[in-house]
Design a protein around this ligand. Structure first.
Ligand SMILES: C[S@@+](CC[C@H](N)C(=O)[O-])C[C@H]1O[C@@H](n2cnc3c(N)ncnc32)[C@H](O)[C@@H]1O
Length: 478
């Protein structure tokens, strides 16, 4: 096949010392577990194949240049990693995606290089992309273009797992299972070595979820440990041990999570009740009069997302996050504590545009609908963390923008770190003490100066102060 190529595609395949970003994402999303067959279609030099085999994955690779002699068999999961970019012929690009979709039994994971890499690719315009001096072709996708393209070619609803990584599921229940896991991650069961610890684990589950689990929701060893107890006996034991207040808080949380899931599901395409993951079906049965009622309530929640006054009110009422004249800023550790409509807001944007793998703070604009994920990798260590990247998705236009501050000499930085966190976060007292001493020292007297590194440094000097970790000290004490 390679003879007819109009670009030197083999040169686009790099040797990989470690797993590619899409393979790491798929592993983290539990799409590549050992029980599934995986095909890396267009595997290049096979770096991902080797790394995933080492992780006990049942994976094979095929590539028209590097391993065209190996057989291509349909597999549960098909990876199409950075292949579409390099195909200069739009008809063949489409056929390749179609073929990868045909080979996928359960999920197709498509990744592509994004337009934000534009500055790293130089070349002449060729067709709908660029031809580099090495005769390699690159069509860079915008995140929304990639999702829309995969949706159109596969004829299925897709989810953007991360920018430039799109999942297309063969059946709706697999899609909803993934969506549910993303919105309401499975609660961890406490370890249970004997009957007593199995009951403790059950009690903990009931308090967190607000309802007892069905036997098939329990980890198997635990179900076996409890099998000798009669259902009535088990029910009484749990009933006598749970804290009623915790159970009712758990029920409230699960009700909100269910509404959130159904609203996101409506946004991404709602299926019948039977396509919901088992846990969610049981939550609907426990906390709503019917699936219809749950759907109606979640539809109202999605509608509220359009209401500026409502969203603004939710931001003002949020017990987490820092509100500014344009947006609410919330630390990653606290996003699940935002009011349901704001959690929905962030989830909808992430399904369209993908949450980047590295981010620290979510920024939710209150006018218009746009979510930004900002990365401050030193947030915990640095008393005034510097931004490294920002990725913003506009929910109305579906446009995204990415900005790297890697080469900026005077980066924006954060103050009052405690305001981004939940009030009961263990780091809050230390961060608040620092803010108070900075206030006393007069460091916040010129707010327009302190937002960037240089201005902040100048204000520290003006006030005769410097920072030692999270302590503010006089400069001459240094
Ligand atoms: C940028 S490399 C990516 C390789 C590998 N997936 C990785 O991420 O390391 C693109 C690969 O796509 C392969 N390729 C080109 N045209 C293809 C097609 N029509 N079908 C499948 N693979 C193709 C090329 O041979 C090349 O190895």
């Amino acid at each position: 096949m390679q003879q007819s190529w109009n670009s030197d595609r083999r040169r686009t395949a790099i040797g990989r010392a470690s797993l590619s970003v899409p393979a790491r994402q798929a592993l983290a999303d539990r799409q590549l577990d050992a029980g599934r067959t995986i095909l890396d279609y267009g595997c290049g030099r096979g770096g991902d194949v080797v790394s995933l085999q080492r992780l006990a994955c049942n994976i094979t690779g095929w590539d028209p240049y590097f391993s065209s002699s190996s057989s291509v068999a349909p597999s549960d999961v098909v990876l199409l990693t950075y292949v579409l970019n390099v195909i200069e012929d739009p008809v063949e690009r489409r056929q390749t995606l179609k073929e990868a979709w045909r080979l996928a039994g359960s999920v197709l994971i498509v990744s592509a290089r994004l337009t934000w890499d534009r500055s790293k690719v130089s070349g002449q315009e060729y067709g709908d992309g660029l031809l580099t001096s090495r005769q390699t072709f690159q069509h860079l996708f915008s995140p929304n273009e990639l999702r829309a393209y995969v949706e159109e070619v596969t004829g299925t609803r897709c989810i953007t797992a991360a920018p430039g990584i799109v999942y297309a599921f063969k059946d709706d229940s697999a899609r909803l299972d993934y969506l549910a896991h993303r919105i309401v991650p499975d609660a961890n069961w406490l370890a249970s070595a004997d009957t007593a610890s199995a009951i403790a684990s059950l009690v903990d589950y009931v308090e967190r979820r607000g309802r007892p689990p069905r036997v098939d929701e329990m980890p198997r060893p635990m179900a076996v440990q409890l099998a000798h107890l009669k259902p009535g006996e088990l029910k009484r034991l749990v009933h006598d041990s749970v804290d009623a207040e915790r159970v009712s808080a758990g029920a409230k949380r699960t009700t909100l999570n269910t509404l959130l899931f159904l609203a996101v599901e409506l946004f991404n395409g709602r299926g019948p009740f039977s396509s919901l993951p088992l846990g969610l079906q049981l939550d609907v049965r426990s906390f709503f009069t019917s699936y219809k009622e749950a759907c109606q309530r979640s539809d109202r929640l999605l509608l509220k997302l359009r209401d500026d006054a409502y969203v603004r009110g939710a931001m003002n009422a949020s017990c987490v996050g820092k509100i500014t004249p344009t947006a609410l800023y919330v630390h990653r550790r606290a996003v699940d504590r935002m009011p349901a409509v704001l959690r929905l807001y962030e989830h909808c944007a992430s399904i369209v545009a993908g949450r980047p793998q590295a981010w620290t703070i979510a920024k939710l604009k209150h006018q218009g609908r746009a979510v930004g994920w900002l990365d401050y990798p030193e947030f915990n260590k640095d008393p005034h963390p510097r931004i490294t990247t920002s990725y913003v998705a506009d929910l109305k236009s579906l446009e995204t923008s990415h900005m790297s501050y890697a080469n900026s000499a005077n980066r924006p930085l954060l103050h009052r770190k405690h305001e981004f966190l939940a009030p009961d976060d263990p780091d809050v007292p230390r961060y608040r003490r620092l803010t108070e001493s900075e206030l006393r020292a007069g460091l916040y007297e010129n707010p327009h100066l302190i937002g960037t590194e240089d201005g902040w440094e100048a204000e520290l000097i003006r006030c005769g102060r410097m920072l030692r970790g999270h302590r503010l000290v006089r400069r001459h004490e240094a």
